[in-house]
Design a binder for this molecule. Structure first.
Ligand SMILES: C[S@@+](CC[C@H](N)C(=O)[O-])C[C@H]1O[C@@H](n2cnc3c(N)ncnc32)[C@H](O)[C@@H]1O
Length: 181
């Protein structure tokens, strides 16, 4: 997949949620994870993070949002259930994006929102668990940027066949991909 993404949390307080977010970030292929003013001992996240993501996914800790530095060209995307946020199914995920989630109690701070290039929301009746919200956003990014074949019009219809260089076979520089039959 082209581009990259990071996952972050502001003032997260429950080790299980931190662990769940980190594990999902690792599983979906995040490039790094960051926590702004976390309320929790990071070591405790191992209770839910059975993939031990901290060993495989770079983790950056910041005391405040002012300290957060992102790679050049990486858009900060705030995820919060607010009136002005774009609904996720209509959101164009930036090629390079860092998604930031709010705390279990309360929501993203004004300081963090003002740093965000975009605000998105999951169209739910009320807030879901932050770990769940993270997985939904990452899955939506995968769906929209992952280069998957489109769904057939009905369950029995033929699915779309993609050229192997789009999905499946690994692209090797200088080696022609096999013909698709
Ligand atoms: C459990 S929610 C925060 C509680 C919520 N502000 C409340 O009291 O109703 C934790 C975080 O998950 C994310 N979140 C949960 N549901 C969401 C939704 N439907 N759309 C966008 N973000 C959501 C946001 O980042 C939010 O700050």
């Amino acid at each position: 997949m082209r581009g990259y993404f990071a996952i972050g949390a502001e003032r997260i307080s429950k080790p299980m949620n931190m662990g769940s977010l980190m594990r999902s970030a690792h599983a979906f292929g995040a490039s790094f994870f960051f926590a702004v003013a976390p309320d929790t001992a990071i070591r405790e996240t191992r209770h839910s993070d059975t993939a031990d993501s901290g060993k495989h996914l770079p983790l950056y800790l910041y005391e405040s949002i002012d300290e957060l530095t992102l790679p050049r060209g990486c858009a900060l995307v705030g995820v919060e259930l607010t009136d002005d946020a774009v609904v996720l199914p209509s959101f164009h995920h930036p090629s390079a994006a860092a998604y930031v989630f709010g705390p279990e109690r309360g929501s993203l701070s004004e300081e963090t929102r003002s740093r965000c290039a975009h605000m998105v929301k999951i169209p739910t009746k009320f807030c879901v668990n932050v770990g769940i919200a993270g997985a939904i956003v990452m899955y939506d990014r995968l769906l929209s940027r992952g280069g998957f074949a489109r769904r057939p019009l009905n369950p029995r219809a033929e699915g779309e066949t993609l050229a192997q260089h789009v999905r499946g076979a690994q692209r090797v520089r200088g080696v022609r991909p096999p013909e698709v039959g």
